[in-house]
Write a protein that binds this ligand. Sequence first.
Ligand SMILES: Cc1cc2nc3c(=O)[nH]c(=O)nc-3n(C[C@H](O)[C@H](O)[C@H](O)COP(=O)(O)OP(=O)(O)OC[C@H]3O[C@@H](n4cnc5c(N)ncnc54)[C@H](O)[C@@H]3O)c2cc1C
Ligand SMILES: *[C@@H]1O[C@H](CO)[C@@H](O)[C@H](O)[C@H]1NC(C)=O
Ligand SMILES: *[C@@H]1O[C@H](CO)[C@@H](O)[C@H](O)[C@H]1NC(C)=O
Ligand SMILES: *[C@@H]1O[C@H](CO)[C@@H](O)[C@H](O)[C@H]1NC(C)=O
Ligand SMILES: *[C@@H]1O[C@H](CO)[C@@H](O)[C@H](O)[C@H]1NC(C)=O
Ligand SMILES: *[C@@H]1O[C@H](CO)[C@@H](O)[C@H](O)[C@H]1NC(C)=O
Length: 490
Amino acid sequence: MDQSIGQFIGQFGIRSIPVSSCCIQIASVLRSKVSFPGTSSYEATQESYWSIQEASLYPSCIVVPDTAQDVSEAVKILAGFPDCQFAIKGHSHMPASGFANINGGVTIDMTTLSSVTINNDHTVVSIGSGAQWLNVYTYLDTLDLSVAGGRNGLVGVGGLTLGGGISYFAPRVGWACDNVANFEIVLASGELTNANATSLPDLFRALKGGMNNFGIVTRFDLTPFPQGEILAGVIANPISDRDAVFTAFSNIAGSEEYDPYASLVTGLGYNSSVKGSWSIGTTAVYTKPESSPAIYAEFVAIPSTQNTLHLTNLSTFADETNTPPLNWQFFTGTYGVSANLMSRIFDSLNSTLYNLELPSSWVFWDIAFEPLPTIMTQYGDKNGGNSLGTSPKDGNAFVMLLSALWPNSTFDEVVQETAEKMTRDIACIADDMGLLHEFQYINYADPSQDPIGSYGVQNVEYLRQVSRKHDPKGVWQRQVPGGFKLGLKY
Ligand SMILES: Cc1cc2nc3c(=O)[nH]c(=O)nc-3n(C[C@H](O)[C@H](O)[C@H](O)COP(=O)(O)OP(=O)(O)OC[C@H]3O[C@@H](n4cnc5c(N)ncnc54)[C@H](O)[C@@H]3O)c2cc1C
Ligand SMILES: *[C@@H]1O[C@H](CO)[C@@H](O)[C@H](O)[C@H]1NC(C)=O
Ligand SMILES: *[C@@H]1O[C@H](CO)[C@@H](O)[C@H](O)[C@H]1NC(C)=O
Ligand SMILES: *[C@@H]1O[C@H](CO)[C@@H](O)[C@H](O)[C@H]1NC(C)=O
Ligand SMILES: *[C@@H]1O[C@H](CO)[C@@H](O)[C@H](O)[C@H]1NC(C)=O
Ligand SMILES: *[C@@H]1O[C@H](CO)[C@@H](O)[C@H](O)[C@H]1NC(C)=O
């Protein structure tokens, strides 16, 4: 059966087509780029999922497009059958079940579209949306250039950029999405087009924070900047010195004159199998080749059990090792900068976790704090704007990523309840102190949270309006159930 028949049937609205027929329709056009359960190609995608929750879903077929045109063909067919449900997969670093995979439907695995090229005058880097950040840094390091992207090279370009994207360069250039010059995108109609500051500017802004609600992005054109070596490493401290660490973090993150080259993540770790086993460490980066910048002097003076700060390049530092298959859960929150708040967050976490054990198994808790300074959020209304709603008027803040990782799925519920409780307790403490911010970073949010709502009423209304215009039938809202949706009715 050829594509025109697929479209023909779609046009006349035969809606109750069994799901596997969706696959047969696509396979009639994309042939061997569609794979079915039991084949090595299907298994390769299934095994590439980062979280157990995503790897445990079984689509009827998996489409692996080679070109943007392939994506367009697939969407044309899918959009013609409202009962065909599908998922869009990048490098699957959003762990929640169903965000990038689907039971019974069609999964479109974008990871083959991973080319990285640069234009002649080195002003635009074009990146296939299925690339990993390491592909990008490896390419750009040799040109003494970089872009704002993921800190861990294994993360996908697609999800990170569409959700905002916190890079080591954030204080210099804003969210990763603020550095997009152009999105090449397949719309609900199947049309392959560009969204940028002059062509479809409404979509351009909506995509910066809009995740998979507007189409399948096939290529990101990012604006690079000159970049040499960086100072980077991990400083680990005894947990008894945590208050000194919180103070050092807050002095950097809360500074009225934030050093734009400073980028850090301070994290707490706790393994449920060893009572009281708290650890604290900071990944500190200075995005200039300086071996002992003054900004880190306070950090470096705290007694440490490890300090690996050294000059390196991003493609080396971002080349992290992958984790084994595990269950993962993320929760997030945003708060005003305060060492006292961080200290109270620690006590609150400890009061919940101290007595939580999993019989003959374990869960590891990782609570990371990342600056969200005004010098970063000031880029939100430049270059056509983004839809995140973060603004300098909210002051210097920090984002928390609370993550849990555990091997045995028997404990999904207890981990979920515990993570939810801890996030709620922290929000209460921050609220009491007048430090609770509305923003919830979508790339760190749990399905029970409402990150799109946190962008603010005006941004939500804007996103809905752009969706009604470019996707009147709600292909991305109704046929792509995974991820945070816009709450539109049809
Ligand atoms: C180890 C680790 C490190 C991380 N480091 C950072 C970091 O430094 N900075 C940061 O900001 N975040 C970081 N994150 C969070 C990260 O931004 C999100 O997990 C991100 O969504 C991952 O993108 P992905 O394409 O790999 O994931 P996927 O799970 O494949 O995709 C995420 C969502 O985006 C959609 N999507 C993906 N590609 C496309 C596309 N081309 N078109 C339309 N929709 C698409 C998917 O449908 C899915 O709903 C990290 C996460 C992990 C697990
Ligand atoms: C980056 O650093 C690595 C390790 O030191 C080195 O092998 C590589 O050549 C460097 N890349 C560039 C482009 O300088
Ligand atoms: C914006 O999109 C138009 C229309 O596709 C295209 O001609 C133009 O080159 C794009 N601009 C950028 C900066 O990519
Ligand atoms: C937690 O502790 C258990 C038991 O000691 C160990 O097997 C596991 O690897 C630890 N997990 C992490 C992430 O360190
Ligand atoms: C964690 O809480 C337990 C129980 O209240 C307490 O004994 C312990 O000292 C706390 N740990 C830290 C590091 O404060
Ligand atoms: C998971 O935990 C349950 C309850 O403790 C146990 O019965 C089961 O054997 C564990 N599964 C694995 C794979 O360890």
